[in-house]
Design a protein around this ligand. Structure first.
Ligand SMILES: [Zn+2]
Length: 148
């Protein structure tokens, strides 16, 4: 039984008992039943709204998945797990996680695809299996500087 059905059942009981509205007990009982009815009604509305929201969310989720497939190809999941040549960095402006590859890292900065802010690399923000490779890049950069 839903809450609305339970309230309707109690209201039916009250009617069957012929509660006397002229007594204090009758007044308070009927007032409480009225409030219970209102609560049940509002709960049902909230429930419906939540269902609608859940639908919107799952639609959005599907669209994001489709976009991911369009942008990264079907095996997007692999990017996050094997981390071969990709690194995850976090935009300090909007906290969006951006996947970058070696050539982008070598460029030094990347514009956040989410907010457009320029992301400067900080080793602490780079999460990947190949941290050693990144250290090598840093060393190479310093070597280049020394040559100049
Ligand atoms: Zn950003």
């Amino acid at each position: 039984m839903t809450i609305s059905e339970k309230v309707a059942y109690i209201k039916g009981l009250a009617e069957g008992m012929k509660i006397d509205e002229s007594t204090n007990e009758g007044k308070i009982t009927l007032a409480i039943l009225g409030v219970l009815g209102d609560i049940a009604e509002e709960l049902e509305e909230i429930d419906e709204e939540l269902d609608e929201l859940a639908e919107v969310l799952s639609d959005l989720e599907e669209q994001v998945e489709e976009l991911e497939e369009e942008i990264y190809g079907e095996d997007f999941d692999d990017y996050e797990t094997d981390g071969d040549d990709l690194y995850e960095i976090t935009c300090r402006n909007c906290e969006n996680t951006v996947a970058v590859d070696m050539s982008m890292l070598e460029g030094g900065t990347v514009n956040c695809p989410n907010c457009g802010e320029k992301i400067e690399f900080d080793i602490d923000f780079v999460i990947g299996d190949d941290i050693d490779d990144i250290d090598e890049i840093e060393e190479e950069k310093e070597d280049n500087k020394n040559e100049e």
